[in-house]
Design a protein around this ligand. Structure first.
Ligand SMILES: [Zn+2]
Length: 467
């Protein structure tokens, strides 16, 4: 039995653009580059693309990151798309898989948001790779059965989880295994080797020769081993990672293993053994999803701000949705279809006014059309405000909570332009209960609560308007 290994890279960056201008601000710490997307491209995306590593790994690229690459790094972008085409031409299936749109922790999201995040992720993949995706990466591998059911409904075949997120007979290594869905039927999951994935991600500095390390670790195995990690491990987190990956993937007669992509492996190895998933778990937190909700012990310090920020955003989402439904009630029979299809606007395939006109059943004035389009765009930013990075770290006074609050403020701004309803004061009030209690270096003026972040973004916007 052949000894296969799939090395899967999850490539992703949070939405760093200012949601008011669409511009990427200059970021401290990224020097000599303008921002971290540029820096990480130079250290990771570009060298891995040039080395041909995307041709042999299994990978996903977050839809927001690939949109940025398409715009700012077209050569690297094209080379990555080409990698999937090369794999497809050799093996009858590509090696890229989709990712849900905005790195939302899907088990914590509402049903409609889960569905939207996944369907937007599929649409983005189709737009970029010009084919149907077979698998989809769940942000943080956060999983529950409701999410798997939507993946199955939307025509996907598999996802990835980590071994500590499942229970059952794992004698097939990475599998694939099948998970029974509540509504009937099954969904396939590949199970990553936690030890090897972590050794590669966090102890790479102790690995002198990638090929020898992998040869040694996989000797005596059969079936499939899955090593899944952040793609930025290769070149950004570890400078030598690009070369190490090239060495591991090189086809050589004397190595014991054979690299393969997950989609490819699934073609000839349909799942037979049934296992169960531990719902509400993630690869970075196998004990639950509190890290992105109430706070968990993996990150030290006071987490009081986390649930407050989340409930402030939940409340705002309710208000934005209520306004949307109220405003649309006479204009559209299927208001959520407009949001489902709004990804086409994001991808530049249609302009928002044309899409709005296409889906309305009465003839709208140009003023009405403009307002509908603004409310639809508010829904886009309402989705982006649940990006998981906002809650990942222990401190409130970091760039990531600012990203999600800025997205919320952009949604508020669009609702106000469309309806004159200002959701800002209530939202700011809710944020003021998210207190900052951790001392340490701050990125600007010391802050007391998340309301200070709101004020900071508000002020920055006022300043840029005057400038
Ligand atoms: Zn945790």
């Amino acid at each position: 039995m052949t000894n296969y290994v799939a090395i899967h890279g999850h490539f992703y960056q949070p939405p760093r653009e200012d949601p008011f201008t669409g511009q990427m601000p200059r970021e401290a710490g990224a020097e000599p580059y303008h921002d971290f997307n540029e820096k990480i491209t130079a250290e990771c995306y570009q060298p891995n693309a040039q080395a041909g590593n995307f041709d042999r790994i299994s990978f996903n690229i977050g839809p927001t990151l690939i949109a940025w690459l398409a715009h700012y790094q077209p050569e690297t972008y094209e080379r990555i798309l080409q990698a999937d085409r090369i794999y497809h031409s050799l093996h009858g299936t590509g090696n890229a898989i989709a990712q849900s749109a905005h790195h939302t922790i899907l088990p914590l999201a509402r049903q409609r948001d889960k569905h939207l995040q996944i369907s937007w992720g599929i649409a983005s993949f189709q737009h970029r790779f010009q084919r149907q995706p077979r698998g989809l990466w769940l942000p943080e591998m956060a999983v529950d059965l409701a999410t798997l059911s939507i993946l199955a409904q939307l025509g996907l075949s598999f996802t990835l989880v980590s071994e500590e997120q499942v229970r059952g007979d794992l004698r097939l290594g990475a599998g694939p295994y099948r998970v029974r869905l509540p509504g009937g039927g099954y969904f396939a999951v590949f199970v990553r080797d936690r030890f090897l994935s972590n050794e590669l991600s966090f102890d790479m500095d102790h690995i002198a020769d990638g090929r020898r390390w992998l040869d040694w670790r996989l000797r005596g195995r059969s079936g499939l081993t899955l090593i899944a990690t952040d793609g930025e491990t290769f070149g950004h987190h570890h400078r030598q990672g690009t070369q190490l990956l090239t060495d591991m993937l090189k086809a050589q007669p004397d190595v014991v293993y054979r690299p393969i992509a997950l989609s490819h492996y699934l073609l000839t190895h349909p799942p037979t053994i049934e296992i169960e998933i531990n719902e509400q778990t993630a690869w970075s937190c196998s004990h639950g999803l509190a890290r992105w909700d109430t706070g968990c012990s993996c990150t030290p310090g006071d987490h009081q701000w986390k649930p407050v920020l989340r409930s402030a955003l939940d409340l705002l989402a309710d208000e934005i949705d209520a306004i949307y439904q109220y405003e649309m009630r006479r204009l559209m029979t299927a208001p959520w279809l407009l949001i489902e299809r709004y990804i086409e606007v994001v991808l530049g395939r249609i302009d928002p006014l044309t899409l709005t006109r296409e889906l309305t059943h009465t003839r709208l004035t140009s003023e009405q059309t403009r307002r509908v389009a603004q409310l639809a765009q508010a829904q886009l930013h309402r989705q982006r405000m649940f990006t998981s990075c906002g809650w990942f770290f222990e401190k409130l006074d970091r760039p990531e909570p600012r990203y999600v609050i800025a997205q919320a403020m952009r949604a508020i701004d669009l609702v106000k332009q469309a309806t004159l309803v200002d959701l800002g004061p209530n939202f700011r009030e809710a944020l003021s209960a998210a207190r900052h209690t951790q001392p340490g270096p701050t990125s600007g003026r010391p802050i007391q609560s998340a309301a200070d972040l709101y004020d900071e973004i508000y002020q920055r916007r006022a300043d840029s308007r005057l400038a």
